[in-house]
Design a protein around this ligand. Structure first.
Ligand code: SF4
Ligand code: SF4
Length: 174
């Protein structure tokens, strides 16, 4: 019964029919970052069905995920796995179980920048992330190299249709 509760919770939050998964592995085979995951995407889905709540919420996989939606597009049962992982991240943070605190902080700052400017404002995002982590020296050489090659924008550049994008992002949150 406990297992069913977790499955129902995630299905209700995401609107996805996770129970239709028949473990075809297509999601895992197409994922570009499985080498960095501790549990493969198809196994996360299986753990949800089996009700292994903590195993799923404390996994690195949900934080390694790039939200590229390759798995979602490949799934023969139309399960939006990327959306499921996003929901799992939110629950993990709410319950203080997130395996990768840095990734969550970066994710928040990144999305704030995209919401505000319609695109990433690299300079502002890096500064905010560094201040939040109180870590100013790691990655310094790489950052300097990128800056000298003009890859880090010093000033923000907003896109024209940022209100439309903002609306789409809000819809995605609902
Ligand atoms: S692609 Fe879909 S059906 Fe296949 S294992 Fe992944 S989630 Fe399950
Ligand atoms: S959305 Fe995440 S889990 Fe799915 S293929 Fe992309 S990186 Fe892998």
């Amino acid at each position: 019964m406990k297992g069913l509760e977790f499955l129902q919770e995630i299905e209700s939050v995401t609107g996805e029919s996770i129970s239709t998964c028949f473990q075809c592995y297509k999601c895992t085979v197409g994922c570009p970052v499985i080498s960095m995951m501790d549990i493969y995407p198809h196994s996360i889905i299986r753990h949800i069905i089996l009700g292994n709540r903590d195993r799923v919420l404390t996994s690195k996989t949900i934080w390694v995920c790039l939200q590229c939606i390759t798995c979602s597009v490949r799934c023969p049962n139309n399960i939006d796995i990327a959306r499921v992982f996003e929901a799992l991240r939110k629950i993990a943070v709410k319950e203080g179980k997130e395996a990768e605190k840095d990734t969550w902080q970066f994710d928040e700052i990144f999305m704030e920048s995209v919401n505000r400017h319609g695109r990433l404002y690299e300079g502002g995002t890096i500064i905010r992330y560094k201040i939040k982590r109180r870590d100013f020296l790691s990655d310094f050489r790489m950052g300097l190299g990128l800056f000298l090659r003009g890859r880090i924008g010093v000033l923000p550049h907003a896109i024209k249709g940022r209100r439309v994008l903002k609306g789409l992002l809000r819809k995605r949150e609902d």
